[in-house]
Design a binder for this molecule. Structure first.
Ligand code: ADP
Ligand code: MG
Length: 826
């Protein structure tokens, strides 16, 4: 077994490659300029392609042929037009260019066939898959994904030998060029575990640059040029000011970086065509004021991450600073003021992720073994099976390797440390052996095992038994968002999401899901069963999530009719690198459908987003008209509605062929707002249900006090046994079911005492006009009056039942789902 060893930080603004092998960490430098990081920029010249800093230099001169920040568009169907080539390129193409260039940084040995590439913790499945595709395009056989906060924490943890005898909690605050991520980690016994994370894929240094351009530079130029809508004009792909936006962005970024060192800077603005030359001075204080809202947003994310995990700042040991934007002094000041926690600054914030990726790669086994000799050994090992047991992580100076032969065996073993510092020599053994091996401190120790038979013929070889001494390891990567199945909610005539894998579950994941068909699908019909795997909060609306896997089984594909109520089995697996597999078994027709999904693009049309925003606003308006009494709730809904309207205005103002990320950023914000809305309405509906439950329960208790019948009391106890779990679950379906249970007991109790029917009878009498057959009803009223006189409550009860049957029947059939809205699963 070999390990991957190479790790790449594929950043929005900067990328880098490093390697961890045989206890050595190496950061590969760009042969040109000897910088460790490579700007994530690609420039298409007439005859050649420039990558990195060289490309970035062209963004002022020839911006239309230079591409940066494409990581923000990973996973979308957006394409970039390259005038110099008269061709289109995708964000995946551009990313693969960067990966190929990084590969060229490796000046010694063989070029790796597998690599670890980091992704923001908040990357969804589509974005993750797009990243893998870029790696494959760059010629890597296998791309292992690693979440950036884990990578960064590995770099910090392995930098110094920290005393971590007690469990610790860290925050990784990563404020980069395009994204902001904050992660909560637990460090325990040399294992790093991500507990939770939050962040925004559209919040980074670029937004600071944009703010500088929009609020400082543009106003000056608008005046000088006499163009009042210059901000809109300059973001258009074609037009008079098409290169201006890029020039200004570049200047803003340079000024921003200078302000990390100096108290003020002067920015020169030129527009040759109109002979305009202006200078703008900006002080660090002004700059801080300007970026305050952006920094504040990162603090809000951080605070809410702590809050949702029930933590206060006191329980956090340190905040690791990652990402170039944390070099801004104001960011550090804000963090210190807000949390008062020690800031981790030992590792260069722009290198931490790449270094951590290499540490991870150093322990990651390769998926493909290109070494045929080794695979032959693997085949041999199958014939004669050996089992190896050892601790992969150790704090001791030596460790035990336990070797067992599965069948009868007589022969020799030899275990050698790869650096040659330890060697058992050939040792005879039969069946099993206990071998103590010496460990190098603070290293990944790699041992090789060779087993020979009695004739000294090789029968088994293991190339990499890795024992980590004193280095930190990753427990696993977690899912950033719930993965759900869309199913029918027949009672409410809508569909809803049922969680399959919950946020923060450790990858890889696998689950069997058993479902019942909610409708029949006839063989050869046009009707179909829809299996929609959605990434999004399980408490949200199906429309606020993203589809990552979709299987449609049409009647045409069926061998026999599928009957409502029969079972269907789904096996859903998600790999560590986020490959989704959905296998469907239709028990009734004995058919099996296997599907692998690696969706890497999502399409977003401006007009569709506009329509969608309109629909969301309409939905909120309806909600506003419905609840006139709950002012606090209404104010919150109104606030969301106002923000949605603002988004719609921003979208309208954005040019149709917008070259910036406006569209995706708006879509992102829209989904967040609708998520808030979901939570609000869900909470309100939950509160209603909880109140109802408490009311019914109190009524039952009142009845029980009067009627001390043990069997009823027993039923009551049974219902309330798991009450706490259900009420705290936040799941409205479970709570509703609980209310029903309690109601049914209330009904039974009510029925048990005939005197309870006196009130009902009187009530019926007072509203006698509601009965369908008034002659029969009148007769019943006479009969009831007599029964009351004689205190014959049993007879009164039967009168009430008769009257009940004379009430108009309510049409309760709500199963009128529109065909297309139904998934067929329940
Ligand atoms: P990413 O991970 O998104 O590739 P980095 O962590 O490399 O990004 O950070 C890049 C961002 O950091 C850019 O927006 C850049 O302008 C900003 N940056 C780099 N150095 C500084 C600095 N000294 N002061 C302020 N911002 C900086
Ligand atoms: Mg980064």
């Amino acid at each position: 077994m070999k390990t991957v060893n190479f790790g790449i930080d594929l950043g929005t603004t900067n990328s880098m490659i490093a390697c961890y092998q045989n206890g050595n960490l190496e950061v590969f430098k760009n042969p040109l300029g000897l910088k460790a990081t490579l700007a994530s920029a690609v420039a298409y010249r007439k005859n050649r392609t420039l990558i990195g800093d060289k490309a970035r230099e062209f963004s002022e001169r020839d911006p239309l042929n230079v591409f940066t920040c494409f990581k923000r568009k990973m996973g979308t169907s957006d394409r970039y037009w390259v005038p110099n080539r008269d061709a289109e390129v995708s964000p995946i193409d551009l990313s693969s260019q960067i990966l190929m260039e990084l590969k060229n940084f490796i000046h010694t040995g063989e070029k790796p066939s597998e690599v670890v590439v980091t992704i923001p913790a908040s990357f969804d499945t589509i974005q993750s898959n797009a990243t893998k595709l870029a790696g494959e395009k760059a010629g890597f056989k296998e791309v292992h994904l690693l979440q950036e906060p884990i990578a960064a924490s590995l770099a910090f943890a392995n930098r110094q030998q920290l005393d971590l005898s007690a469990e610790k909690r860290w925050l990784v605050y990563d404020f980069g060029g395009g994204t902001f991520d904050v992660a909560l980690l637990k460090i325990d016994d040399r294992e790093i575990d991500v507990l939770d994370n939050a962040g925004d894929n559209f919040l980074g240094g670029l937004d600071i640059d944009n703010t500088l351009v929009e609020q400082v530079l543009i106003p000056v130029l608008e005046k000088a040029l006499g163009v009042p809508n210059l901000w809109e004009e300059c973001r258009k792909k074609e037009g008079k000011y098409k290169t201006l936006y890029y020039e200004l962005l570049y200047k803003a970024e340079e000024a921003k970086k200078e302000l990390s060192v100096f108290d003020k800077v002067e920015i020169e603005l030129e527009y040759d065509d109109e002979d305009v030359y202006e200078t703008v001075e900006i002080s660090r204080d002004q700059f801080n004021q300007l970026i305050r809202p952006l920094v504040q947003r990162t603090l809000e994310f951080t605070k809410s991450l702590l809050m949702t995990n029930g933590l206060t700042a006191d329980s956090i040991d340190r905040i690791l600073l990652v990402g170039g934007t944390t070099m801004i002094p104001y960011v550090k000041t804000c963090l210190e003021n807000e949390f008062g926690i020690a800031l981790g600054t030992e590792v260069d914030p722009t290198e931490a992720v790449g270094i951590g990726a290499a540490y991870f790669a150093g322990t990651k086994p390769k998926k493909h073994t290109e070494d045929t000799a080794e695979s032959q050994h693997a085949a041999l090992a199958k014939a004669q099976e050996f089992e190896l047991v050892y601790e992969r992580s150790s704090r001791d100076e030596e460790e035990l390797i336990h070797l067992t032969a599965q069948g009868d065996f007589n022969g020799f073993y030899r275990i050698k440390r790869r650096d040659g510092g330890f060697d058992t020599g050939s040792v005879a053994f039969s069946k099993e052996a206990f071998v103590y091996v010496d460990l190098l401190q603070g290293e990944l120790n790699t041992f090789e095992l060779l087993i020979t038979d009695a004739d000294q013929q090789e029968v088994f070889k293991h190339g990499a038994i890795i024992i980590n001494q004193g280095k930190y390891q990753v427990k696993g990567q977690v899912l950033p968002i719930d993965i759900c199945l869309e199913i029918d909610d027949l009672t409410h005539g809508v569909t809803r999401l049922e969680p399959i894998f919950a946020k923060n579950s450790l990858l890889p994941l696998k689950r069997m899901v058993y479902k019942t068909l909610s409708k029949s699908i006839l063989k050869d019909s046009d009707d179909s069963l829809r299996i929609n795997i959605v990434e999004g909060s399980s408490v949200g609306l199906p429309s606020s999530g993203l589809t990552i896997g979709f299987v449609e089984i049409s009647g045409k594909a069926l061998k026999a009719d599928l009957i409502k109520g029969t079972d269907i089995e789904l096996e859903i697996t998600l790999s560590e690198s986020r490959d989704l597999k959905v296998d469907v078994y239709l028990n009734f027709t004995e058919q099996e459908f296997k599907n692998n999904f690696t969706p890497s693009e999502r399409y977003l049309e401006k007009s569709e987003l506009d329509r969608d925003l309109g629909a969301c606003i309409y939905k909120l308006e309806q909600e506003l008209n419905m609840h006139e009494d709950n002012y606090e709730f209404l104010a919150k809904i109104k606030h969301i509605k106002d923000e949605l309207i603002e988004l719609q205005i921003a979208l309208t103002l954005a040019p149709d062929d917008d070259v910036s990320d406006t569209k995706y950023s708006i879509d992102n914000q829209k989904r967040k707002l609708m998520n808030d809305f979901d939570l609000l309405t869900r909470q309100r509906a939950l509160n209603d249900d909880l109140t109802e439950y408490r009311w019914v329960k109190a009524s039952v208790q009142a009845e029980l006090n009067e009627e001390a019948n043990e069997s009823y009391r027993h039923q009551f106890e049974k219902i309330i046994a798991d009450e706490k779990t259900v009420l705290n679950s936040g799941n409205k379906y479970l709570i509703k079911a609980k209310v029903k249970e309690m109601e049914s007991l209330l009904g039974t109790l009510f029925n048990a005492d005939d005197r309870n029917f006196i009130d009902v009878f009187i009530n019926y009498k007072m509203n006698s006009e509601q009965f369908t057959d008034s002659i029969k009803a009148d007769r019943m009223f006479e009969e009831g009056d007599r029964a009351l006189e004689q205190q014959d409550y049993r007879r009164l009860k039967s009168v009430v039942y008769q009257l009940f049957s004379l009430l108009p029947r309510e049409d309760k059939d709500k199963s009128t789902l529109r065909k297309s809205d139904q998934t067929g699963l329940q």
